[in-house]
Write a protein that binds this ligand. Structure first.
Ligand code: ACM
Ligand code: ZN
Length: 761
């Protein structure tokens, strides 16, 4: 093998500029994320020097581009003083070089072999993109090393690596909020750093059309701008917030992505989520408009008219320009959340339905998608859409992105269609990472471990069907996330999804991932990623006490330090450090916050710890088993004052549940009586309900789970002396499914439904 060209000589400066803590893989490469398929640690390390060279073979433009990228990132990482260039051509790899070589012995385009020895580094792959992934691994392996001349070394090892899935994607929704060109490029860099290879670029929405289409200039002039609703919404045109990418911007971003081996799959939404386009060209709707670019979030009724041939001409024209700009094999056409109300009333849509012999509006949507697929296929491209495109019949060659659970993935793969898995339950990174103060609670929660536990290939598929699962996608929708919140939502969860997509299933290990993340957070800091900082937790179970209590906090991130206050103010960098468990002797609002070494901090976590007088029992005799209940009719948004209302039905109930009582509609129920507890101590009540509920012991409000909400659990505590105590549980339902569960725990009682044996009236 001939090593042809030195691309760069990398001179190094001292280690003091870089990472405060140990960085990289002193333990043989095993801090790399995503975890490589096979890592064999070896003795020693390769020390970078002022004359370390990067060599390529063959000396083609593609390999050289990867080598230059490596030189650039090394320069970035170690703040090199700059490169020198000098040709050389020995037959053996000389010492002090990092050599990149292509070989025809590696059939998988993305696989690579990385050998780090004491005197040289050798990276081989079948394709430049394989080399590129080897370079990402190398970047993560670089470690601070005081003994090395440059202050930097790479541990000796052998890595053989390739991806599990070919589609390792992230969606970025630039429709709800516009993101700058530089920001999109940075997002691409962060995907590439984690060996992800698809940017699903959501470019058109009800709230904005973001791509210049030469044939339809009003898409950018009108469709890209909506009424600003918050001060922070920038950029502006007068009172309008928005923006769009010119075709030159798009070409620049596509070329940038190609240099990072990321394919951009553009999404042009149809027939729904088309408010931006319809504001610009209302004649494409069923009613003719006029419309404004939408400002409320949600699903909007105005959609493209399925009966209008002008709509298909428009969409084909748009897609023609999109195809010219994006080399991607796949074009995403959305297809999700398309209400049919306008189609049901539109003479043109109804005429189409009849003419095509369609049964209903779902089949009309299917007609719409098939017609678009025919066009895309005629241009040599493949159609991908959200799982709603299964409804009314799937277009013959369509690929399905399953978001409403995995059933769409199973249905499509079973029918022989390709699939990308991105269920809300594991892949929606617009959902909060935790139920914690300051996090968006509207959508739900997907924590890091849930992302890490994701399996993109449903178990029920046969091996043949499973081959249709191309991979996974994490979705970053931006209703509640303008550009400056994206990092916080996406990281660290992207790291978990990247590992699910890249690494062999057999090596999946949550504890080991967490161990590697401890190092990886430092890498993210160096990359300027403002990832989610998990707030402190209170590991002491009790929030009430009679005389005093020891409260212990924990820092789940295991990085930075916690500061706390006990006077109700938010902790700042001047607040005391948490040095160990705190002893409280009076009711206290305790607040704590984690501060990272670089000054970033978590949201404030808050706990109210109450000093209570133990509640004495009441003397009641002549009681009967069970509680009384009273049912009420009415429609409320929160619990009413039931004492002011007349019940429609009363009776007794053995336990607190909705059995044999109303279960649907709009109603309220109150259970009253006594609970008997066997011992003095702290009792915990857990109230799970859909919708609101509340639990009182005597006059003490112990659990407040009021309000309109889905199934949700709230807990509360009280200190009781042994004996009987007045108990009241109130509940209301405002339509939809009903649920009410009351559990308790106490001295000698593990958490359980309150049994009939302790309830009296
Ligand atoms: C989606 O979240 N509507 C695909
Ligand atoms: Zn219509």
């Amino acid at each position: 093998m001939r090593w042809l060209t030195i691309v760069a000589v990398v001179a190094m400066i001292g280690p003091e500029t870089m990472f405060a803590n140990e960085l990289g893989a002193r333990d043989g490469g095993s801090t790399v994320i995503p975890r490589p398929a096979e890592v064999t640690p070896l003795a020693g390390q390769f020390e970078l020097t002022a004359t370390t060279r990067i060599a390529v073979n063959p000396d083609g433009a593609e390999v050289r581009a990867v080598a230059e990228y490596l030189a650039e990132t090394l320069r970035e990482c170690v703040r090199s003083t700059g490169g020198q260039f000098a040709p050389w051509s020995p037959d053996e790899q000389p010492p002090d070089t990092i050599a990149l070589a292509l070989t025809d012995e590696m059939p998988d385009a993305e696989s690579y072999v990385l050998e780090v020895a004491e005197r040289h580094v050798r990276l081989t792959a079948g394709q430049p993109r394989g080399l590129f992934y080897g370079v990402q691994t190398l970047r993560q392996l670089l470690q601070q090393d005081a003994a090395a001349e440059s202050g930097w070394s790479i541990p000796a090892l052998h890595i053989q690596d390739q991806p599990r899935y070919r589609w390792r994607g992230m969606l970025l929704d630039c429709g709800r909020h516009f993101m700058s060109k530089e920001f999109v490029k940075r997002y691409i860099d962060l995907l590439a750093y984690h060996k992800m290879n698809v940017l699903h670029w959501h470019l058109t929405e009800d709230q904005g059309w973001r791509i210049e289409i030469r044939k339809y200039p009003k898409l950018a002039e009108i469709g890209a701008w909506r009424k600003a609703t918050r001060e922070s919404e920038q950029p502006r045109r007068g009172d309008m917030y928005g923006g769009y990418y010119t075709q030159a911007d798009v070409r620049e971003i596509v070329a940038y992505a190609q240099s990072r081996f990321v394919t951009i799959v553009p999404e042009i939404e149809l027939p729904g989520h088309s408010g931006g386009a319809l504001a610009a060209y209302p004649e494409l709707s069923c009613t003719g408009g006029p419309f404004e670019v939408c400002t409320p979030w949600g699903v909007h009724s105005e959609v493209y008219c399925a009966g209008s041939d002008q709509v298909f001409t428009f969409l084909e024209d748009v897609l023609a320009e999109v195809i010219e700009l994006f080399p991607s094999e796949f074009i995403h056409i959305g297809g999700d959340e398309c209400p049919k109300v306008r189609w049901e009333e539109c003479p043109k849509c109804q005429a189409r339905l009849k003419a095509e012999g369609l049964e209903n509006e779902h089949e009309l949507q299917s007609y719409f998608i098939r017609r678009i697929e025919k066009y895309l296929n005629s241009q040599g491209r493949r159609l991908i859409g959200w799982d709603e495109i299964l409804e009314g019949g799937l277009a013959p060659n369509a690929t399905v992105q399953s978001w409403r659970g995995m059933s769409g993935a199973i249905a499509a793969a079973t029918a022989g269609h390709d699939v990308v898995s991105s269920p809300t339950s594991h892949c929606y990174l617009d959902y909060a990472q935790l139920r914690a103060a300051g996090e968006p609670t509207q959508m739900g929660f997907v924590d890091l471990e849930t992302c890490y536990s994701f399996e993109p290939t449903p178990a029920q598929l046969t091996p043949e069907q499973a081959r249709h699962v191309l991979g996974l996608e994490g979705n970053m929708w931006t209703e509640h996330a303008p550009q400056n919140r994206i990092d916080w939502q996406v990281f660290p969860r992207l790291c978990a999804l990247a590992e699910v997509a890249w690494s062999p299933l057999g090596g999946r290990d949550w504890n080991d991932f967490q161990r590697r993340m401890a190092t990886h957070y430092q890498r993210l800091d160096e990359l300027g990623v403002t990832y989610f900082v998990e707030p402190p937790q209170c590991v002491t179970a009790d929030r009430v006490f009679a005389e005093s209590i020891i409260v212990e906090l924990a820092n789940p991130l295991k990085r930075g330090r916690m500061r706390y206050t006990s006077d109700g103010t938010d902790p700042t960098e001047e607040s005391p450090f948490y040095a160990g468990p705190l002893r409280l002797t009076k009711t206290t609002v305790l607040k704590a916050r984690t501060f990272l070494p670089n000054g970033r901090s978590s949201n404030v976590a808050e706990w109210r710890v109450r000093c209570l007088t133990p509640r004495p029992p009441v003397e009641v005799t002549d009681v009967e088993a069970g509680l009384t209940f009273a049912c009420y009719e009415g429609s409320w948004r929160e619990l009413p004052d039931f004492d002011q209302l007349t019940p429609t039905w009363t009776g007794t109930a053995a336990t607190i549940d909705l059995a044999d009582r109303p279960r649907a509609g709009h109603f309220g129920v109150v259970f009253s009586g006594y609970i008997e507890v066997p011992r003095d101590g702290t009792y915990t009540f857990a109230l799970t309900s859909d919708d609101g509920s509340r639990l009182r012991v005597g006059s003490d409000l112990v659990v407040d789970n009021d309000g309109l909400h889905g199934k949700r659990t709230e807990r509360g505590q009280i200190i009781l002396e042994a004996g009987r105590h007045p108990l009241k549980v109130e509940f209301f339902q405002a339509g939809g499914p009903s649920g009410l569960d009351v559990h308790y725990a106490g001295p000698g009682i593990v958490e359980q439904p309150i049994p009939a044996a302790v309830l009296w009236h």
